[in-house]
Design a protein around this ligand. Structure first.
Ligand code: PXL
Length: 265
């Protein structure tokens, strides 16, 4: 039997994050991966690696989704970077056109190259149109703060409170990621299921952010859900998979390392 995992996300041209990471993760997880590109991000080496951001025309995004959903009976999808209110409209409409067993939303809120005003519109549209359709949302610390409306999150208890507040906005599950920024020796993720909070811990691997870790976690979770795992089991497997991808990271000329998926040891 073949399990299909779908992704709607942006391209990140250095291969560390975005849809490249999602598809690599799907492949390493043993599912048939396919995806629609929402935008193209090209870091600018001549300008402090600032993000150059180009949205794909909404009609072209709709065409990609039409092709994929007509070709196969897809029922598990990951949503990554959308980037503009127009993109959010077309993706929200496409999601609403069929029923999904799981919609995993990685709420990528801002991209450094975007106008702050545009980012605010995008945040609001994402919250109004996509968040309520998500079965699982995977915010990082910054996104948890924005989506929960909390001023700061510095403890596991505060992260749990943020997860509850985000859960109240529609998604069935919230996987709130502490990452390297939440103080402590462990990388702590919390799964809120609408009632209870389960704490997932693993020792931090270094103290610096590694590009693509969040994309990898959400993509690995999506792949496990596609294979039929429960959300808690999928979250545990995804955390292990992401830890291995962080440990196997690659370095280049960028100011940060990038995850490498599916490498043993
Ligand atoms: O890691 C967040 C992310 C997701 N998607 C795209 C990105 C980035 C960060 O650069 O460029 C397309």
């Amino acid at each position: 039997m073949v399990d299909f995992a779908y992704v709607i996300a942006g391209s990140e041209a250095t291969g560390g994050a975005g849809i490249q990471t999602d598809l690599k993760t799907f492949q390493a997880s043993g599912v048939f991966g396919l995806g629609a590109i929402t935008c193209i991000v090209s870091f600018d080496p001549a300008n402090d690696w600032r993000h150059r951001f180009v949205p794909i025309e909404p009609g072209v995004i709709a065409d990609q989704i039409e092709a994929a959903t007509s070709a196969y009976d897809l029922d598990v999808v990951k949503i990554g970077m959308l980037g503009t209110p127009a993109t959010i409209d077309v993706v929200a409409d496409a999601l609403g056109r069929q029923s999904w067993r799981h919609v995993v939303l990685d709420p990528v809120l801002i991209c450094k190259g975007q106008e702050p005003g545009a980012a605010l519109d995008t945040d609001q549209a994402l919250r109004a149109k996509v968040l309520p359709q998500a079965t699982v949302v995977t915010p990082n610390l910054f996104e948890s703060q924005i989506l929960s409306g909390m001023n700061s999150i510095t403890t596991v208890d505060e992260l749990a409170e943020a997860a509850r507040r985000i859960g109240a906005q529609g998604p069935q599950y919230v996987l709130a990621k502490g990452g390297v920024e939440l103080p402590g020796d462990d990388a702590v993720d919390l799964l809120f299921d609408g009632q209870d909070v389960t704490v997932l811990r693993a020792p931090k691997i270094g103290g610096k952010r590694v590009s693509g870790a969040g994309c990898t976690l959400a993509a690995a979770l999506t792949a496990e859900l596609a294979k039929g795992a429960s959300v808690i089991d999928a979250a545990r497997s995804a955390k292990d998979f992401t830890g291995a991808a962080i440990a196997a990271r690659v370095s280049g000329h960028l100011p940060f390392d990038a995850v490498r998926q599916g490498v043993e040891g």
